[in-house]
Design a binder for this molecule. Structure first.
Ligand code: SF4
Ligand code: SF4
Length: 232
């Protein structure tokens, strides 16, 4: 019976060395890249640096990571992009982005918004499914994205895409598929916009180009009401 079969394999997205042993070097290199240590606001106090229970809650889940690599093993982005920091390093990054005692929040989210960072995550959620602890990297990645947007780190394709997506739904209740790629790339980013041309031409030839005039859904007033309530 197939259900009785237990398959043992080396972790994925890492080079096997022997039997089940894999090379963790890229995993640790990426963890080190996010500066996994406190860069405090003030000189060391005589005793410990205090946090309120509410402040600690913001980093409680990320603090539970045991560095097992299960999330890294099953990350879909890492399968195609070695440059991606990966879920474990990003969960560790949130541990310090969310730390009330750290002085480098803006610098951290700027660095994490570079290529290979938070915006390269495909939102598949696989890492959180695999994580044996409450660390759940996908949730931590979304928290870093929120802080990056709140801190005004918008000058990158991922942030522009998220904002364009949000504004499109807010305005019309659905996605304006002509506008989102242009806004994501940046309206003054001429080389970026030109890079969209081949796919635009292919879509045109296949009859897949969205209507030029974008229409709102009938229930758009309900959508606007929801956004208004969320704003309050
Ligand atoms: S949610 Fe993002 S980080 Fe997690 S497995 Fe998917 S692509 Fe990787
Ligand atoms: S699966 Fe969870 S506990 Fe394991 S390395 Fe990833 S975040 Fe940490």
């Amino acid at each position: 019976d197939d259900n009785d079969t237990i398959t043992l394999e080396p972790l994925g997205n890492m080079k096997p060395i022997k039997d089940l042993v894999v090379d963790f070097t890229p995993f640790w290199d990426k963890v080190n890249k996010v500066k996994p240590y406190l860069e405090p606001k003030e000189a060391p106090p005589e005793k410990e640096r205090h946090q309120s229970p509410k402040e600690f809650l913001l980093i409680d889940d990320a603090s539970t990571c045991i560095m097992c690599g299960a999330c890294y093993s099953d990350c879909n982005t890492l399968e195609v992009d070695d440059n991606f920091l990966g879920p474990a390093a990003l969960a560790k990054a949130q541990r310090f982005v969310g730390d009330s005692r750290d002085s480098q929040t803006l610098e951290r989210v700027k660095a994490l918004s570079e290529p290979g960072g938070i915006w390269d995550c495909t939102h598949c959620g696989e890492c959180s499914e695999r994580c044996p602890k409450p660390a759940r990297p996908f949730e931590r990645i979304k928290e870093i994205m929120t802080v990056a947007l709140e801190q005004g780190v918008h000058n990158n394709t991922g942030a522009r895409h998220a904002l364009s997506f949000f504004n499109s739904v807010k305005r019309s209740g659905n996605l304006n598929e002509n506008r989102i790629p242009v806004e994501s790339m940046g309206i003054f980013n001429i080389p970026g916009l030109l890079s969209l041309l081949p796919i635009g031409i292919r879509m045109f030839l296949k009859g897949k180009v969205p209507p030029v005039i974008h229409h709102s859904i009938e229930e758009v007033d309900d959508v606007k009401r929801i956004f208004k309530e969320l704003d309050q």
